[in-house]
Write a new protein. Structure first.
Length: 147
């Protein structure tokens, strides 16, 4: 048969556990693990290293003019952009859908090309000259001509 406890024995065990728990809680309070707040603080220096002493800010103060601070999107340069004519090879072109890719000779970078940006029809394997233009999805080839 299994051992059974009476109601009073269960209450004694429960009271003893509660007493032990309170004693452990008091012992933790009595221990001063962390020390003072100053001992727990850590600082990060200008190199990103964690140090125990606060950095000396008086040495490295820079004077910043309010006029030099630029909020928002930087102003666009109105200087003319040089159009560099690149040459490459049509690595893929789908006539049915009207788009393909041109691989640049110099950088071996592939650029998207659409048939609307071609001055004459092109097919896969043609040597072409083209200009680059920024689109919402990246750089695309425009003004594409066969060489």
């Amino acid at each position: 048969m299994a051992d059974s406890f009476s109601k009073k024995e269960k209450q004694k065990i429960k009271a003893q556990k509660k007493k032990d728990k309170q004693a452990r809680k008091d012992a933790r309070k009595a221990e001063d693990k962390g020390g003072s707040l100053e001992n727990m603080l850590a600082y990060v220096d200008e190199n990103g290293m964690i140090v125990s002493a606060p950095p000396d800010l008086s040495k490295k103060k820079k004077e910043i003019k309010a006029e030099e601070i630029e909020l928002g999107v930087p102003k666009k340069d109105d200087s003319p952009v040089e159009e560099v004519v690149l040459s490459g090879k049509v690595s893929f072109f789908n006539d049915g859908k009207g788009y393909g890719f041109i691989k640049d000779k110099g950088s071996q970078t592939s650029y998207f090309v659409h048939m609307n940006n071609c001055e004459e029809p092109i097919v896969e394997g043609d040597q072409v000259q083209f200009l680059l233009e920024r689109s919402d999805r990246g750089m695309i080839a425009v003004k594409v001509k066969k060489i």
